[in-house]
Design a protein around this ligand. Structure first.
Ligand code: GDP
Length: 526
C-alpha cells in the first residue's frame, strides 16, 4: 500500500466527556463493532473513583490499566481506527489536554439528562484552540432526558460551537421509540434488547403512514413537526465547516443499549478527517511527505519500580516510521534509534516494524524523551501545539529527608518529564513549586516519590493564582519587568521565564502598570 493509501484509511480520535456520561461504555461498543473485543465488560474503566483518594494501590492499578487502554487500535470497514483514551478524572485533565494534541478529531459524549457539564466545557476549550473537528453523541436516551432542542441550544451556548443534528430521537425514557436518521432518511427502532443491531428501516417520505404504524400516531406527528423545525432552523450540514471545527454534527442514542452506536461509527468513518497537516516551528508538515516526523505526547514511567523503564507514546505525523531506523532527536540534537517499538491493537500490544501517519507507537525509552519532543529524519523542526497550561493549585516541595536529596531531585525531574505535574524553580533562592490541576496529583507525586525513589516530601500551600508566561515586543521593557519582579520570577521545565502571580487582583494591577508586557496562561502563544 502506498503512503497516500495508508493515510486515507486512518482515523485517529479521542472521546471526551464529563465523568459518567458514558465514555467507557461507548468505547466498549465501538470496540465490539471493530471486532477488537468479543464481549461486553472487557474494557476496564480508566476512571479513578473518588474513594481512590485514600487507596494508592487503586491509583497504581489504574495506571497499569491506562497503559493497556491508552491507545486502542481496531479495524472497521477497512478503516484503521486509533482511539486514544483520555482520563476521566478532572484532577488529571492535563493528561487529557495533551492527548488531545495527538488526535485529528473527537467524539463528545453528553448525558441527555445532565446536559453540558463543566468538564466537557473545559475540554471543548482545548479543542477550540486547535479547531479540532467534533462529533457530538447525546447519550442515555432510554432515560427521561431534557428536550433535545433545549440540549442543542445548551451545547451551542456553553461550548461555543454551532450544531447540526443528523439524527433525531423519537420520544425518550420509557417511551423511547428510536432515532430517525435525517441524512439517510431512515428509521432505527429501539427494541430495548441489549447488543442487538437494529438495521435502518427506510422511510424516504416522512409523511408515509408506515411511520405512524411503526412508532404510533402521536410520536409520528411529533417527529414530523420536529423535522420541519430542524430543516427550518438549522442550515444544511456542511462537512467543511465540521472539518474546520465550526459546526458539530449531532447524533442521539444509548451506548449501554448499543443503540445509535453503529450509526455514529458509520458516520464517523465517513466524516472524520484522516491524519491532518500539523504546525511546527518551521513550517506546516503534511502527512504525505515522504520523510518521517512525529512527536511524543505522553510518557508512562516506572511501571516496574525495579527497572527505570518508560514507554513514550509517539504520534506519527508524516512519512513512514521504521523500527530500528536512525532518527534525529531534535531537542537533544542527536541521533536516536528504537529497536523496541510497539503498536497498540485494542488491548494487545505487539511489536511493529513500521507505522504510518495517524498511528501511535510505544517506544521504550531510558530517559531521553520528554513530552513535546519531536523526532525527524534530520530536519530541525519541532511540533508546536503541545502547550503547558497554567496550573490551578501551587505548593512548595519540602524535602523531609536530607539524605535523599539526590533521589528527590531525580524523582521530581522524571515525574515532571512524565507530565505528572509542572515544576517551577524560582530564580532567587532554591524554592521549587509544584503546580497541578487537581489536589489528587499531589498525593500521587508524594506516593510515587516515596515508592519509586525513596524520597519523602511534604507540600506547603502557596498563595498563588496563576503562572504566566510573558512576552513583549520590546526586549528592553521585558528586561525591566523581569528585574523589577525578580522575586516572583521562576523557570518552567523548558527554562522559560514565568511570572508567578499571587492573586487575580494583583495580576490585574501588574498588567495595568506594565502595558507593554503580555501575560499568557499557556506556554505557547502567538
Ligand atoms: P464514563 O465515566 O463517561 O466512562 O461513563 P461510563 O461509560 O462508565 O458510564 C457511566 C454509567 O452510565 C454506567 O453505569 C453506565 O452503565 C451508564 N450508561 C452508559 N450509557 C448509558 C445509556 O445509554 N443509558 C443508561 N441508562 N445508562 C448508561
Amino acid at each position: 500500500m502506498t503512503l497516500d493509501q495508508q493515510i486515507a484509511k486512518r482515523r485517529t480520535f479521542g472521546i471526551i466527556s464529563h465523568p459518567d456520561a458514558g465514555k467507557t461504555t461507548l468505547t466498549e461498543k465501538l470496540l465490539l463493532f471493530g471486532g477488537a473485543i468479543q464481549k461486553a465488560g472487557a474494557v476496564k474503566s480508566s476512571k479513578i473513583k473518588d474513594h481512590a483518594r485514600s487507596d494508592w494501590m487503586e491509583i497504581e492499578k489504574q495506571r497499569g490499566i491506562s497503559v493497556a487502554t491508552s491507545v486502542m487500535g481496531f479495524n472497521y470497514k477497512n478503516i484503521k481506527i486509533n482511539l486514544l483514551d483520555t482520563p476521566g478524572h478532572q484532577d488529571f485533565a492535563e493528561d487529557t489536554y495533551r492527548t488531545l494534541t495527538a488526535v485529528d478529531s473527537v467524539i463528545m459524549v453528553i448525558d441527555c439528562v445532565k446536559g453540558v457539564e463543566i468538564q466537557t466545557e473545559k475540554l471543548m476549550e482545548v479543542c477550540r484552540m486547535r479547531n479540532t473537528p467534533v462529533i457530538c453523541f447525546i447519550n442515555k436516551l432510554d432515560r427521561e432526558g431534557r428536550d433535545p432542542f433545549e440540549l442543542l441550544d445548551e451545547v451551542e451556548e456553553k461550548l461555543s460551537i454551532k450544531v447540526r443534528p443528523l439524527s433525531w430521537p423519537i420520544n425518550m425514557g420509557k417511551n423511547f421509540k428510536g432515532v430517525y436518521n435525517l441524512y439517510e432518511k431512515s428509521l432505527h427502532l429501539f427494541t430495548g434488547s441489549k447488543q442487538t443491531v437494529q438495521e435502518g428501516l427506510e422511510i424516504k417520505d416522512i409523511n408515509d403512514t408506515e411511520l405512524d404504524r411503526l412508532v404510533g400516531d402521536t410520536n409520528a406527528k411529533q417527529l414530523r413537526a420536529d423535522v420541519e423545525l430542524i430543516e427550518g432552523v438549522y442550515p444544511d450540514f456542511d462537512v467543511n465547516e465540521y472539518l474546520e471545527g465550526k459546526v458539530a454534527p449531532v447524533f442521539f442514542g444509548s451506548a449501554v443499549n448499543n443503540f445509535g452506536v453503529k450509526e455514529l461509527l458509520d458516520s464517523f468513518i465517513r466524516l472524520a478527517p484522516p491524519p491532518i497537516p500539523r504546525a511546527t516551528t518551521l513550517r506546516i508538515v503534511k502527512p504525505d511527505e515522504n520523510k518521517f516526523t512525529g512527536f511524543i505526547f505522553k510518557i508512562h514511567a516506572n511501571m516496574d519500580p525495579k527497572h527505570r523503564n518508560r514507554i513514550a507514546f509517539l504520534r506519527v505525523c508524516s512519512g513512514k516510521f521504521e523500527r530500528g531506523a536512525n532518527y534525529t532527536h531534535v531537542r537533544q540534537e542527536k541521533g536516536i534509534r528504537f529497536s523496541n517499538a510497539t503498536a497498540f491493537m485494542a488491548q494487545d500490544r505487539e511489536t511493529v516494524d513500521e507505522a504510518w501517519p495517524g498511528d501511535i507507537v510505544g517506544l521504550f525509552d531510558t530517559g531521553n524523551l520528554k513530552i513535546g519532543d519531536t523526532l525527524t529524519e534530520g530536519e530541525k523542526l519541532m511540533y508546536t501545539g503541545i502547550p503547558s497550561f497554567s496550573p490551578e493549585i501551587f505548593k512548595e516541595v519540602i524535602n523531609m529527608d536530607a539524605m535523599k536529596t539526590k533521589q528527590l531531585e531525580k524523582g521530581l525531574l522524571q515525574l515532571m518529564e512524565e507530565g505528572v505535574a509542572q515544576l517551577f524553580s524560582y530564580e532567587l533562592g532554591n524554592r521549587k513549586v509544584v503546580g497541578v490541576v487537581g489536589q489528587l496529583q499531589f498525593e500521587v507525586i508524594q506516593f510515587r516519590l516515596k515508592n519509586e525513589y525513596g524520597a519523602t516530601v511534604q507540600f506547603q500551600s502557596q498563595n498563588l493564582y496563576k503562572a504566566c508566561w510573558i512576552s513583549s515586543k520590546d526586549p528592553k521593557k521585558l528586561q525591566e519587568f523581569i528585574d523589577s519582579k525578580q522575586r516572583h520570577m521562576a523557570r518552567d521545565k523548558d527554562d522559560k521565564l514565568v511570572f508567578m502571580a499571587e492573586s487575580r487582583a494583583w495580576l490585574q494591577m501588574v498588567q495595568d502598570n506594565f502595558p507593554d508586557i503580555s501575560f499568557h496562561f499557556t506556554s505557547e502563544f502567538k
